[in-house]
Design a protein around this ligand. Sequence first.
Ligand SMILES: NC(=O)c1ccc[n+]([C@@H]2O[C@H](COP(=O)([O-])OP(=O)(O)OC[C@H]3O[C@@H](n4cnc5c(N)ncnc54)[C@H](O)[C@@H]3O)[C@@H](O)[C@H]2O)c1
Length: 249
Amino acid sequence: MLLTDKTAVISGAASARGIGRATARLFAEQGARVAILDLDATAAKGAAAELGPDHIGIGCDVGDLTNCRQAAEQAIAAFGKIDILINNAGISQPLKVMDIAPENWQLVVDVNLTGVLYLSQAFIPHMRTRKQGSIACMSSVSAQRGGGIFGGPHYSAAKAGVLGLAKAMARELGPDGIRVNSVTPGLIQTDITGGKLTSEMKADIIKGIPLNRLGDAKDVANIYLFLASDLSAYVTGAVIDVNGGMLIH
Ligand SMILES: NC(=O)c1ccc[n+]([C@@H]2O[C@H](COP(=O)([O-])OP(=O)(O)OC[C@H]3O[C@@H](n4cnc5c(N)ncnc54)[C@H](O)[C@@H]3O)[C@@H](O)[C@H]2O)c1
């Protein structure tokens, strides 16, 4: 087992078919105690209960700093220490550039980018005290190729911001023993698309994927596991593509 005696916090981990939920299951299988954070507090608690009695669910809007601080206090109090933070929460909106209203921009940036900063800020002092920690941040292939799959330009911008933020945090926090890395998935079959992705759109996308299939939540969870575990002890500031070859660069 790769995460024996480790504790992990995963944001956006309540939705049934989501990447965060698959990651929570995998981390628990690998020996970690997991705190599931999600906007939907009831679903977070339900998801944690499904994993077993050692795990907890906490309601948290990652775009709200006070909320993030409260969630961090709760998680640290429950587990005594936090080794791993997975900044996974995110939302997407399929809008064209001229259709992005100020409130669309604000919400997508708040959750996808500001949320990474706020939740990291909530745990960094604790990790600094312990001189250890692994933080993994969710970006997207959309940041690298300028969208064109599902999310709009505001989503691409927010996810590109995550890459800069994570690299800068890696540089600043390395001397404190804290590693920070990012993942850039291609199209993963979850409910984030809210049923708006038709089978024709999927077939079209698969034509551009050398591995000839869309991704599964577990494909990304496996990379989060690598980044969370000591297998990646000498990896920081890295960006790992999980896209089946959709973008090779
Ligand atoms: N599915 C894909 O193709 C794909 C590709 C690249 C990146 N991503 C990213 O992966 C992450 C997970 O997405 P998913 O596909 O599993 O979608 P999902 O909708 O299944 O999961 C997202 C979760 O985040 C939660 N959430 C939303 N807003 C939140 C907030 N303000 N605070 C806390 N939690 C919040 C939701 O309740 C949900 O449980 C997102 O950041 C997404 O942008 C997904």
